[in-house]
Design a protein around this ligand. Structure first.
Ligand SMILES: Nc1ncnc2c1ncn2[C@@H]1O[C@H](COP(=O)(O)OP(=O)(O)OP(=O)(O)O)[C@@H](O)[C@H]1O
Ligand SMILES: [Mg+2]
Length: 295
């Protein structure tokens, strides 16, 4: 079932993000990944069949994959275990919803970069630095770093997230927990990137979110999805230029070649672009997990 947005009147709605609808249950949250898609910071009027299910299933795959590396926020991922009040929306929620511990997200986006691209590439071109980390001369666009780098940003409610140095983070959270977050984030990025590369996907960079609960670090939100990471097809990888993102290449190219000014409301996507994008999401899931998605 295609889900653009939910409207569950008897549940306590708390937030509509670009992609997720969130409701509050007693001490937990119901996180629903819809089929909305964003590009160039706009939510598009079209929805991509299966996208929300793919995102949710990929996060669940990684939570399981990292279960011995880090704790996570999951309470229920199986809809049959959801409370009755939620279960009655089974048709809409199937495959795309989880019930998680309601935690206080740390006020930083935890970004790990294995390759130089996007805002990191822009910053490097300006001053040979990313988030206060000095880098060698002569790096090419999309080149792999000798070691992944840790480049947190603020987590802004409104507007753009701003890069911060690790020292800025330490000033807010303290040395010990900041070092722990850096170590964990790089550890799980490396583990995932090694795994994904064997499956033909480069994870160029990614954003994690963490919370601290009773002194323990907990991985929350979505994990290593195409929405929170840059996935590149390994077989097309060629340093020295911008790489196509695995998932949204058709959408971005379509919009770039359309008459849309990137300021006004974006146009709907043609059916063939929607179809191809949906197939790419399903293909990423299949490549990563070896499983076919049921949607
Ligand atoms: N266990 C949790 N406890 C509390 N908040 C959480 C938890 N897991 C995720 N969140 C929050 O839920 C939100 C997820 O929603 P969504 O991804 O749609 O929005 P977003 O990333 O904030 O904004 P957008 O996607 O619109 O840029 C994030 O703000 C995230 O910090
Ligand atoms: Mg998000």
């Amino acid at each position: 079932m295609l889900v653009k947005e939910t409207n569950f009147k008897d549940l306590n709605f708390i937030k509509k993000g670009k992609v997720r609808d969130i409701y509050e249950l007693e001490n937990s949250l119901l996180l629903i990944a819809t089929d909305r898609i964003s590009a160039f910071d706009f939510v598009l009027p079209s929805v991509i069949p299966c996208k929300g299910i793919v995102l949710n299933m990929i996060s669940l795959f990684w939570f399981e994959f990292f279960k011995n590396n880090v704790q996570n926020h999951l309470i229920y991922s199986d809809i049959d275990e959801f409370p009755e009040i939620v279960k009655k929306y089974k048709d809409e929620l199937k495959g795309r919803a989880v019930i998680v511990k309601k935690l206080k997200p740390l006020p930083f986006e935890i970004i790990v970069r294995g390759y130089i691209t996007g805002s990191g590439w822009k910053s490097y071109k300006k001053n040979r630095e990313i988030s206060g980390i000095k880098l060698p001369d002569g790096l090419k666009e999309s080149e792999k770093f000798p070691e992944p780098i840790f480049t947190p940003t603020t987590k802004a409610d409104e507007g753009h997230d701003m890069p911060v140095s690790i020292d800025d983070m330490k000033a807010v959270l303290g040395n010990e927990i900041t070092e722990k977050i850096k170590e964990k984030a790089i550890e799980i990025y490396n583990k995932a990137a090694d795994y994904a590369e064997k499956k033909g996907i480069i994870i160029a960079d990614t954003k994690f979110e963490f919370a601290v609960h009773e002194g323990e670090l907990i991985l929350i939100d979505e994990v290593l999805t195409p929405d929170s990471s840059r996935f590149w097809p390994l077989k097309e990888y060629e340093p020295g230029k911008t790489q196509n993102s695995y998932d949204k290449q058709f959408v971005r190219n379509y919009l770039l070649n359309s008459s849309w000014d990137r300021k006004s409301v974006p146009p709907p996507l043609p059916d063939d672009i929607i179809e191809k994008t949906s197939s790419l999401y399903k293909e990423i899931y299949h490549l990563l997990t070896g499983k076919k998605i049921d949607c």
